[in-house]
Design a protein around this ligand. Structure first.
Ligand code: ADP
Length: 648
């Protein structure tokens, strides 16, 4: 029987018990009427009930009880009936019962409470007392009926549940504390890693600033010299080598910086309208020089319906294409390269770079996208950093695509990606295959103030701008820039940002504060790699920003756009290409190869050339290769060939 139904039954019994026992009591005392059949049925039911039931008069003397109650007290019924609670229960309990009875009689209702008792068999039990008053014909309380429910099992279960709950709560508290501790450790580790990463990024950006600044002069002068069509071929080749090595160094700096930017989640794209054809032309031009040098075929497949001007990040697209094409040329010795561009519809273009090179094994295909990973073929080349593909994949991802590789050993490789490149609404003025030669006739020479502290860089910009017909003045710091601005009234200022005494930020703000400086075009020149710096530069009042090392074609385009200049253009002159002789140095004695490797490491061209001349008689092919490598400044390659295992 469930506890609830027992309690319900008890309620019903409270109504029946008094009449039944009263009769029995009266019969026992010889005063009552004989029991009616219904009442005796009620009595039998009470007798059969498994829970103790009793009836007391208003003074607290037992009038009757069932067998279960007698068993509960461990005494026969005749030693219960007629006695008070003090005679049947231990004193302490009896006092409690008597007090409860008194309160019940006063309240004339029902009562429920729990007590612990020791039953006749000596076991401690939890019981629940249900008592109710009985009223006589005039409404006065004449007695109390009680039912006792043994709730020991329920109490034990409750205690167990409570204990379990407490255990659970203790467990949760312990686990929470552990989690909090490990979270705190994790977040401390994360903070430490983040701050280390920040420190690394700042260090790299600062270092790259220091490297880019002198490179500006190296590449700048080389660019100016390359424009000189009167130079003999051998000089042009040397200048091309300066440009290539400078460009290589710059690419390395940029790669290391780029990967740290990616790691710090700070890489950002800049979407502008650009001439897709021009980007493809530029990539084709650079790569064709290299494929010609290696006698590889190079085909660029561009369907005629390709959009001309699209919106996207031209710099990064160019970087990815050059990286993939550069790898294709680097690793392919026979056959050729194909760059395929296709319109996929939905304003997406697909780019594929296919080569007939060695191919890449399945197990290496995922690894080559990890930073600093090179396959054996890559390591043997002795070039590269293993960063190119990691960066390219990240850039393609940022541009809204994925870089895929299909390759198998011996079957060449295809690197492909598709990115959104929507049609441009406005068309910027750019022309492929040509370079700016001078200002078109009929325009007054624009006056350009160059604020720049380093003499070499001052000279590069002066020569370039004067070369196309501008008037140029130089200010070595912000103070001077302000003074020259007032005295000379330039049409445009090229403002270096880091300068002694007064930097470019402050000078720009001061000039902007002057009425005559409000609309003056100011173009910042910066070697900073920080996106925040770029924003700050524009916020300080600069109209445009050109990165160092300066791409002079780009700088002239920016100046032209700001001042509404027209330029005269001439076709781009290609650097003469010398074909790589091929072969290796494995057949040379190892002492010679060691000496050559040392010379290459020290960039000592003369020593390497001396060695080559001494070898020429016995090893003519190797001597030619060494001289070619030295003349084209490929010291890294020379060193790698010397250090390659002999005979392999
Ligand atoms: P890097 O060229 O500077 O070594 P990359 O990240 O561009 O770095 O390339 C990583 C490696 O992937 C290369 O060293 C080379 O082992 C392999 N790899 C890349 N492109 C090709 C290719 N077209 N054919 C064969 N192997 C390639």
């Amino acid at each position: 029987m469930s506890l609830l139904s027992l309690v319900a039954l008890t309620g019903a019994l409270l109504a029946l018990v008094p009449a039944a026992w009263c009769c029995r009591a009266h019969r026992a005392s010889g005063r009552g009427e004989p029991a009616a059949p219904r009442q005796s049925f009620d009595l039998e039911l009470l007798e059969a009930l498994p829970c103790p039931v009793f009836y007391k008069d208003a003074d607290g003397h037992y009038v009757g009880c069932n067998a279960a109650f007698a068993e509960f007290l461990g005494r026969p019924r005749d030693r219960i009936v007629g006695r008070s609670v003090f005679e049947v229960a231990p004193r302490e309990l009896a006092e409690r019962y008597a007090a409860a009875d008194a309160a019940l009689v006063a309240a004339a209702g029902v009562q429920r409470y729990e007590v612990q008792v020791e039953s006749a068999d000596g076991v401690r039990r939890d019981v629940e007392m249900h008592k109710g008053t009985v009223r006589g014909t005039h409404g006065a309380v004449t007695g109390i009926v009680g039912v006792i429910l043994d709730i020991t099992d329920r109490k034990r279960a409750q205690r167990e549940v409570l204990e379990l709950k407490a255990q659970l709560e203790r467990g949760v508290a312990e686990r929470t504390a552990q989690l909090e501790a490990s979270n705190a450790a994790l977040s401390a580790a994360k903070d430490a890693a983040e701050s280390a990463n920040r420190a690394k990024s700042i260090f790299l950006a600062n270092m790259s600033h220091e490297l880019r600044t002198p490179l500006n002069a190296v590449i700048g002068f080389a660019q100016i010299l390359e424009r000189d069509e009167a130079l003999p071929d051998d000089k042009r080749r040397q200048i091309a080598a300066i440009n290539r090595s400078g460009g290589h160094l710059l690419a390395l700096i940029n790669n290391v910086l780029e990967i740290s930017r990616i790691e710090a989640g700070r890489m950002e794209l800049h979407h502008d309208a650009f001439d897709l054809g021009m980007v493809l032309d530029a990539a084709e031009e650079i790569i064709r020089i290299r494929t010609e040098a290696k006698a590889l075929s190079f085909v660029v497949e561009r369907p005629s319906g390709l959009p001309s001007f699209v919106v996207g990040d031209a710099t990064y697209l160019r970087q990815v294409l050059l990286n993939l094409l550069g790898n294709a040329v680097k690793f392919t010795e026979q056959g050729g390269i194909v760059l395929r561009v296709a319109d996929e519809g939905g304003e997406r273009l697909r780019f594929e770079v296919c080569d007939t090179g060695p191919g890449i094994a399945q197990e290496e295909q995922e690894n080559i996208f990890q930073g600093f990973y090179q396959t054996e073929a890559g390591v043997a080349k002795g070039e590269g950093t293993g960063l190119g593909l990691a960066i390219s994949r990240e850039i393609v991802h940022l541009m809204g695509g994925g870089l895929e590789l299909t390759s198998a050993p011996g079957a060449g490789s295809v690197f492909a990606f598709s990115i959104p490149l929507p049609l441009a609404a406005t068309v910027p003025e750019m022309r492929a295959g040509t370079r700016i030669a001078r200002l078109a006739a009929g325009q007054a020479a624009p006056r350009i103030l160059v604020a720049e502290d380093l003499e070499d860089n001052q000279e590069v910009v002066r020569q370039l701008l004067q070369g196309i017909g501008c008037e140029v003045e130089i200010a070595p710091n912000g103070h001077e820039a302000l003074a020259r601005f007032r005295a000379w009234r330039p049409d445009l200022i090229l403002m270096d940002i880091r300068m002694p005494e007064m930097d470019g930020f402050q000078a720009t703000r001061l000039i902007r504060a002057l009425p005559e400086g409000r609309t003056l075009p100011i173009v910042a020149l910066t070697a900073s790699a920080f996106e925040e710096d770029r924003r700050e530069i524009l916020a300080a009042g600069c109209d445009d920003l050109v990165s160092k090392p300066v791409d002079y074609e780009h700088l002239l385009t920016v100046i032209g756009a700001r001042l509404g200049l027209r330029y005269e253009r001439v076709p781009l002159a290609r650097s003469p290409v010398a074909r790589e002789p091929g072969g290796d140095l494995a057949g040379l004695p190892h002492t010679v190869r060691d000496a050559l490797a040392m010379a290459a490491e020290a960039l000592d061209g003369e020593a390497a050339r001396d060695i080559a001349e001494r070898l020429r008689h016995e090893h003519p092919a190797e001597a030619t290769l060494i001289v070619w490598l030295v003349d084209s400044f490929r010291f890294e390659h020379l060193e790698a060939l010397c250090r390659a295992p002999a005979g392999g």
